[in-house]
Design a protein around this ligand. Structure first.
Ligand SMILES: Cc1ncc(COP(=O)(O)O)c(C=O)c1O
Ligand SMILES: N[C@@H](CCCC[NH3+])C(=O)O
Length: 418
């Protein structure tokens, strides 16, 4: 079932008209469909059934506690990139033993806390990080479970800002240095070498580079085995794309089949770190048109959401479909849909054919991933509310920020600290 669809002229989320949500909770707001979260997760768990695997949802895509809790209830693990994200997982009821901790810049304090919490694995990205983790673990009287994030030097063929697996990217350990680095890791007393991982980029619309990357990791796994270093798992990261416009993203089942074939008989368990493909099409950004404006040769629909709410269009020139919440028969015109922020790059969509009037609601589609999590308070704009819909029930899962919250860390300091 499609989670967002028209019934007559009204766009619904599951069984609820989006217009009703806007009236009750105001705009802008993010609206998530629980059925779409479940469906996306099930696509992975069904496709990988039969092999030892753990889906570690990358919560940088959407870290709302209710979303995390839902995935935890489905059995998910979590890929995290800060102690803050780890604490979110715990706050939402996720299991510490199913958390992997990625990222190039883990601080000693983050390591200490993650060791105390007892996460499943540190995905280590450099030799210096390895040595720091060994020291911190020794001081804490622990042994840190580690995987090395290897940079397989594979071109993910995606937007350069979200490509991470080429040798000129900051991520991971260079492929040629991986064997040596594993030998060093195995010799450090406070580390327990359990895995290998990679993540080559995001919004991949062809799975071939992901499979190529896995093949390259498996060559290393074999070489490590010959050197007496036996790994328990391979973690192939995230990256599967979604349909924003006319893309045909890789089918999870076909992707799984290719992976299963390569892992057969190896005795390795599999970790995956999907983010976007679990949440992207489960959310929309709901916004209301404040003004229609006729420029010199341009029509603008000025809405109450902006680049601070959804930065993907201005940051990556990313395309999101924009749909009217109530369809009209009025004449269609071509609009740039823009926000109130004081930047020319503040747009949500360009040259969109819409039949709209002032006061109408628009739904910016496919906004469940890297929407709310990348939002900011630029122009002192409070972040909007977030709602989670299941059938005909609507739950407020993040309240709209208030002005008082925005200035809270400044107000007491206004007259200086002396
Ligand atoms: C280490 C790591 N794992 C997983 C992901 C999730 O990627 P995606 O949302 O493309 O599935 C990311 C983000 O790109 C990442 O950096
Ligand atoms: N933020 C990016 C994805 C980056 C993933 C993080 N490694 C996006 O919106 O597409």
């Amino acid at each position: 079932m499609q989670a967002f669809q028209y019934q007559d002229r009204e766009l619904f989320v599951e069984d609820v008209p989006l217009a009703q949500i806007a009236d009750t909770f105001g705009t802008p707001c993010y609206v998530y469909a629980e059925s779409a979260l479940t469906q996306a997760y099930s696509a992975y768990s069904n496709a990988f059934a039969g092999i030892d695997h753990l889906v570690c949802y990358a919560l940088k895509a959407n870290s709302n506690l209710a979303v995390i809790r839902h995935f935890a209830s489905l059995g998910s693990g979590f890929d995290t990139v800060s102690i803050g994200e780890i604490r979110r997982v715990l706050a939402a009821g996720g299991e510490a033993g199913k958390i992997v901790f990625s990222g190039v810049g883990k601080s000693a304090d983050e390591m200490r806390q993650a060791l105390e919490i007892g996460i499943h694995c540190f995905n280590v990205e450099s030799v210096n990080e390895l040595e720091r983790l060994n020291r911190v673990a020794g001081e804490a009287g622990k042994r840190a479970p580690i995987s090395l994030r290897v940079n397989p030097n594979v071109d993910a063929r995606t937007h350069p800002y979200i490509s991470t697996g080429l040798k000129n990217n900051k991520f991971g350990i260079a492929y040629e240095q991986a064997l040596d680095t594993y030998r060093r890791a195995a010799a450090l007393p406070n580390l327990n070498v359990i895995g290998i991982d990679c993540h080559i980029g995001s919004q991949l619309t062809d799975a071939t580079p992901l499979i190529d990357a896995l093949d390259r990791l498996l060559v290393l796994v074999d070489q490590l085995g010959e050197a007496g270093i036996r790994l328990k798992h391979v973690d192939i990261g995230g990256g599967l794309g979604i349909r924003y416009d006319h893309e045909t993203p890789p089918d999870v089942a076909a992707y799984a089949a290719a992976i299963k074939q390569r892992l057969a008989g190896r005795g390795l368990s599999l970790l995956l770190e999907p983010g976007r493909s679990l949440v992207g099409n489960a959310g929309v950004l709901l916004t209301r048109i404040e003004y229609l404006k006729q420029g010199d040769g341009k029509h603008f629909a000025i809405v109450d959401a902006a680049m601070n709410d959804l930065m993907r269009p201005s940051y990556y020139q990313a395309y999101h479909q924009i749909r009217p919440v109530t369809r009209r028969d009025d004449a269609v015109a071509t609009y740039d849909v823009v926000g109130p922020v004081c930047e020319s790059s503040d747009f949500l969509g360009k040259d969109r054919e819409l039949a709209v009037q002032e006061g109408d609601l628009l739904a910016v589609m496919s906004a469940g991933a890297y929407g709310a999590t990348m939002s900011s308070n630029y122009n002192t704009r409070p972040r909007g509310a977030e709602l989670l819909v299941s059938g005909d029930s609507v739950r407020l899962v993040r309240a709209r920020e208030t002005f008082e919250q925005l200035i809270a860390n400044e107000i007491g300091l206004l007259d200086g600290n002396d």
